[in-house]
Write a protein that binds this ligand. Sequence first.
Ligand SMILES: [Mg+2]
Length: 283
Amino acid sequence: MSKDSQPHFSRQHWLTQSQFHAQSDAEILTLIVNKVQALAKLGPKPVVLLDLDSTLYEVAPRSFGIIREWILSNRPTFAPHMWEVLERLQLEHVGYSLNDTLHALGLDVQSPEVLKLAADLKAYWWPRFFSNEYLPMDLPYPGAVEFAVQLHGLGAHLVYLTGRERAKMGTGTILNLKRDGFPFDERTTLWMKEDSALDDRDYKLQAAKNVRSLGELVASFENEPRNLVALAAFYPNAFHVFVETVSSDHPAPRGEGIYRLKRFSSLNSISNKTLTDDRVKER
Ligand SMILES: [Mg+2]
């Protein structure tokens, strides 16, 4: 069966249909650290792919800031019942998409009134979300910086592989990585889209093929099922880690032999020892 003729699943359905390894967060991160360590000693150079949005970075504060700005600047145009709902917006309402966010506020996203509102909001949100200007609002997830620093310190080449467009978001992306303490030197690469018309998955897959010029892919980290599944199919011998934050509802083929990470902060519980056989047997 060709890849495109496979059944595709969205979000929760994709999670239940996919087959994940059983390792805990700490065990997954340890497996990757150990592989990086082993390759760094014996070669070829270990490479790790790290997505940015909703993988290393929480982008909800960026979206929240823009939506809040839109609500406040358009306040006089809202009917009282709509203002009552919109003024309740909190960071925790912010989902992957604007529709997710409006739905979380309790709005009926199919109603004509909300459809019109969503279209207006999107017109305001889109150019701002995909710009340097609001990127400072992004925050790294707990433990993400420490994990990247650890891998880099052990000799890994880190590739920040993002669907962000370089012309619109390059400056802000670099400023954030440096501000937050992510490694950024000759053993890191920032791959961004040069052409916004490219589909994220196709772009990432194309870019990932260039990993071979850097060394051997040890692991990839992604929050988008369809990107991760494509990377896993291309590099079947690497660890492919689904970072369970938020994701789009783009359908993806079921994942097989991939890992599922809830948070990087479990890194704190990793001892300096390698994962012993006994611990593996316990599972
Ligand atoms: Mg992402």
